[in-house]
Design a protein around this ligand. Structure first.
Ligand code: NAD
Length: 498
């Protein structure tokens, strides 16, 4: 039987694609093809841009309170359909159901924040900046914006962008990952059901060819991107070259520093969740544990090894697994390749995920892997593996640990485990990284703060969500007002405020 074809969501309805190009969408738990995803061509892309352009003026002219009402209703519908949306996420991503529900919850927190848009969009007013002159600033939407998202959070990352983009009055073309498009398509349906006007939230499925059209079409005013670093760099440069506003989040290699005074049981619990939750396919996953002192490292590795061997790995629908499969067969093979490279380079392979019994199953399963005595020169330390692999690096001092975090090319998240407040404060103040956890392994900022890394983990100026999201999706206009009461005559000098 042929896999069902998935098209786009344009102008408030699901539409079949003009393009004949497709990509397979798999169920990672079984390895079977669930659907054939249409990859948009120029005709499909134009249809989405036209729908978004036609809707832009009326949506942008609505009052912020009116738009917020649609967001409130959208949130309610997402909650009412929480289990259905989580099942769609798990079926195409492979993460366990509780994790999928958690992702949806974190995404909805951004929608909740965006429901406050009448307050968030308020401008500034100065009374009497000069004799009889007032000044005020306001924020206006950009128009049509493109949102390009990765496979690992098919609900949360789109919502990071959808919340502020739609609340501020823009119309959006969401280009989700080819791996798990069903959740974004369902979110667009729920938006329409919530009263979102046709054309305000479009989903255009596709690949690089589709992205390139969005990056270069003059109707697209801004591009918000989250994905891997090489693509983030490319999107940033290409969109900027075509005169667009852009924000582009990239990959990560998040370190967790463990000082000798840390509570090792607490650190072990935290590292297990942060390294192996969602099979390590999180941009805030911890993939490197930097341990200060051999005695601490010996104790921590012993605790971790027992727990990694005991990981419950199964399909999302089965009894309460810790993690599911990885997203594709190609990704599983890529991770296995890194494990082979690490072992060949001389790292100690404490637990080899390639040997786990789950790998005998049909889907894209891989066990958890633990390396010890990893050195900075190794590819398993340098590169983002994006799988269930934790590398332990041993250092002599806290300064050495800080230096490692600072010199790595990625700077998304970092954590430190210690009981020493002074040491933690000093680390958080000095480390070159965007998001810091103190005895918190995955320090993802809440919706009312903004999310973003440093160095090669993010390009351009604006972070995701929080006030940065509102700023990114609006332009500022500043108005100077005077109501003259008599003829003041012409002035040929530079106006000054007195
Ligand atoms: P990816 O870069 O392969 O794909 C992201 C998006 O870009 C997808 O929509 C894809 O279709 C598109 N794309 C892929 N190749 C392209 C190309 N050559 N030209 C134009 N567009 C292209 O990323 P992924 O594998 O889907 O997701 C995992 C990556 O995302 C990891 O590197 C992870 O760290 C990163 N990520 C970062 C954050 C963050 O906030 N920093 C959050 C989540 C994921």
């Amino acid at each position: 039987m042929n896999a069902p074809r998935l098209g786009h969501y344009i102008g408030g309805a699901r539409v079949a694609a003009h393009s004949q190009r497709t990509a397979p969408v798999f169920d990672p738990s079984t390895g079977t093809e669930r659907a054939a995803l249409s990859l948009a061509d120029a005709v499909d892309t134009s249809a989405a841009i036209t729908a978004a352009s036609n809707a832009a003026s009326a949506w942008g002219e609505r009052s912020a309170s009116d738009r917020a009402q649609v967001l409130f209703k959208f949130r309610e519908l997402c909650l009412a359909h929480r289990d259905e949306v989580a099942a769609l996420i798990s079926a195409e991503h492979g993460k366990v159901l509780a994790d999928a529900r958690g992702e949806l919850q974190r995404g909805l927190e951004v929608i909740e924040f965006a429901c406050g848009i009448p307050h968030l969009m308020k401008g500034e007013f100065s009374d009497g900046v000069s004799r009889g002159i007032d000044m005020h600033s306001l924020r206006q939407p950009l128009g049509v914006v493109a949102l390009i998202t990765p496979f690992n959070f098919p609900a949360m990352v789109p919502m990071w962008m959808l919340g502020p983009a739609l609340a501020t009055g823009n119309t959006v073309i969401l280009k989700p990952s080819e791996r798990d498009p069903s959740c974004p398509l369902r979110l667009a349906e729920l938006w329409t059901e919530a009263g979102g006007p046709p054309g305000t939230f479009n989903v255009l499925n596709g690949d690089k060819e589709t992205v390139d059209r969005l990056l270069t079409d003059p109707a697209v005013q801004a591009v918000s991107f989250v994905g891997s670093t090489p693509v983030a760099r490319y999107v940033n440069e290409t969109a900027a070259k075509h005169g667009k506003r852009v924000q582009a989040m990239g990959g990560a290699k998040n370190h967790c520093v463990v000082l000798p005074d840390a509570d090792l049981d607490q650190a072990t619990d935290a590292l297990m969740g942060a390294a192996y939750g969602s099979a390590g396919e999180r941009c805030m996953a911890i993939s490197v544990a930097v341990v200060v002192g051999d005695a601490t490292a010996d104790a921590l590795v012993a605790k971790l090894a027992t727990r990694v061997r005991a990981l419950r790995i199964a399909a999302p629908g089965e009894a309460d697994p810790d993690m599911g499969p990885v997203v594709t067969a190609a990704h599983r093979d890529r991770i296995s390749g890194y494990i082979a490279e690490g072992a060949a380079a001389g790292a100690t392979l404490v637990v080899d995920g390639r040997a786990h019994e789950c790998t005998t199953r049909q889907g894209f399963f891989l066990g958890g892997t633990l390396f010890d005595r990893v050195t900075p020169a190794m590819s398993i330390y340098q590169e983002e593996i994006f799988g269930p692999v934790l590398c332990v690096v041993r250092v002599a001092t806290a300064e050495d640990a800080l230096a490692l975090c600072d010199t790595h090319r990625y700077g998304n998240g970092v954590a430190i485990f210690t009981r020493n407040g002074g040491a933690a404060r000093d680390f958080a103040h000095r480390v070159r990284c965007g998001m810091i956890g103190i005895n918190v392994a995955i320090p993802v900022p809440l919706a009312f703060y903004s999310f973003g890394g440093w160095k090669e983990s993010a390009f351009a100026d604006h972070n995701q969500h929080g006030m940065d999201g509102v700023r990114f999706f609006t332009r500022v206009k500043t108005v100077t007002t005077r109501w003259p009461s008599g003829g003041d005559g012409a002035s040929f000098t530079m106006p000054v405020l007195r």
